[in-house]
Write a protein that binds this ligand. Sequence first.
Ligand code: 8YV
Length: 317
Amino acid sequence: VLASLAQYVDVRTEAKETKRTPEQLHKKLAEVDGAIVGLSDRIDAGVLAGNRRLRAIANLGVGYNNLDLPALTAAGVLATNTPDVLTQTTADYAWALLLAAARRVSSAERWLRAGRWRGGMRFDDWLGVDVHGKTLGIFGMGRIGQAVARRAIGFDMHVIYHNRSRLPEAVEHECRAIWVDKAELLQRSDHLVLVLPYNAQNHHAIGADELAHMKPTAVLVNIARGGIVDDAALAAALREGRLAAAGLDVFEGEPSVHSALRELENAVLSPHIASASADTRRAMAQLAADNMLAALGYGPSAGHPPSLLNPQVLGGR
Ligand code: 8YV
């Protein structure tokens, strides 16, 4: 990927283990024509202030709530993301979390590794909840939500979904999914997967009230964004048995994770890795690189980045 960039532009790479501060970002962005950034890089009017050089930001991710798009557009900076290439891998991971949480995989493994499987085991030890044959709720039915739904067919599940807008009938039919309102989604879902984009309107879309309407035998999976779920309210529901289990890949304020969640045996937790397969991460990096080159006017799609988020900027150039 780097070589494909280096054919046309001077590339600077940076190992980044800790989050960059806005001041560091401001300084870095002033020195480059384009930057490939990650979700922990918040690109807003502040970090762009006074920057006359920057022309493109390529986000390494499909979700781009880290980008202030109006600010980038106002500054004349092209912004891109990485849709499609991660859809299937991310949908696979929703299932990994759902199955692991429902069948208590992580907790059982911890128990085994701790050397506690010594004598016999009771017939009714390690009982989980079933996934097959149940009703799967999907909150957010974009590309990834639809890919999650299609996999449910193999588990003989009924799929209901909630989305701002209903899908075309042909897509609903293909996914065998039925639109319901949010209240019905919460009440009827045996298990619920969150795949909606994060924005100010859906901050804590799943909070104490919503959790109170879910079944106590339900598993909640969040592969969307931290902030969509009120993590403190979720931890309380899990601790008090008002929800069977949760599979969480994203957290409010990540990389720190609410201590109450970390203590729970019925929460399967992972560090935002839903798109992390070798093939998909390579494809994401290549798409980000292709977007960057095209935005800077190089390569086969010069001037037309494949996944441009603010085409208005091109009109203004
Ligand atoms: C991250 C994601 O981009 O695409 C998204 O929206 O959340 C992930 O794929 C990935 O973890 C790289 O930071």
